[in-house]
Design a protein around this ligand. Sequence first.
Ligand SMILES: Nc1ncnc2c1ncn2[C@@H]1O[C@H](COP(=O)(O)OP(=O)(O)OP(=O)(O)O)[C@@H](O)[C@H]1O
Length: 332
Amino acid sequence: MSKLEQLKIELNKLIDPSLNKTFEEVGSILSIKVDEEDVIDLEVQLKNRRKDETNIKLEIARLAKIKFDYPGIRIIFTDSNYKLDDEKSITYLGIISGKGGVGKSSVTANLAVALKRLGYKVGVIDTDVYGSSIPSIFNLPIEPLDTSEDDELIPARTLDDIQVISPEFFMPLDQPLMWRGPMLGKLITHFFNNVLWDEDTQIVLIDLPPGTGDIQLDVQTFVPDAKMLLVTTPHPNASHVALKAGLGAYEIGHKIIGVVENMSYYYNEANQKNEYLFGQGGGEITASKLQSELLIQIPINQPVDTSSYIYSLNDMNGKLYFALAKKVLEKL
Ligand SMILES: Nc1ncnc2c1ncn2[C@@H]1O[C@H](COP(=O)(O)OP(=O)(O)OP(=O)(O)O)[C@@H](O)[C@H]1O
């Protein structure tokens, strides 16, 4: 047996501390080679790189250099997707729209509350960097988030116990901040890789920027199983743009679970009729062209408690969001 094969056997006995399983059991070693200068090239995946990489690097170096006398070793660490049997996994649902102002953030926040009312443990990631409004919808103070000992972000928490992550918490108050591509990419990576959600978190809603861009692509990379909910207003022009966003989502590889038509009508108490201020049919057209389903039509309405953006269960819209949450759960 060659020296390299013997080293591989010893490496395979190492334990991934975050899985409490040997490298062999979870297939941690992706590749191992030796170059012409006798230096080892090793590719290893770990469940929790941030926490375990330094110690594992030492253990590997000890084996390769001291026990097997190799002059050097280069290690590339990647993330392991290995799932333990009892590991709870979070379901991600992205909320998308063609353009801004159609109520995407309102839908995200009110859907989160409705899911919570149904007994689910919910988180929200606000990725709408240029139009971030989730913290203000939830009335959360804009202050830097705490971090755990392992440098993970601890989400802000609403009074309803919904956990929230938003770029707002990283920006100077009331000042513009120019997010450039790489900076933005880092922030979003952090939002998906380094958040300490409560252990029993079941659903995380992602408020995405309007349209199809880098952040949508990032979400596909970090959470490829994420499903999408598309928000549009009833106006045919809005639905035209929403359709583009939906087609873009399909192209990226996202699944759309349905369409929400927001600001569908206004119920006029005076004549007891629905007034279709923004036209009619946009949601239905978008859903049918995407071969999806129009899940709900939400009218224009302010919460009875005018100090809040969240509808109570006494509000007509609160009841509709409750119905939407049930449909969403069926689709997920
Ligand atoms: N059904 C509704 N009835 C009345 N007002 C609504 C309704 N839906 C949303 N709004 C209001 O419309 C405005 C825009 O909503 P919101 O910020 O949720 O849109 P958005 O699509 O997330 O926009 P952006 O992408 O620019 O952040 C807000 O003031 C919100 O309170």
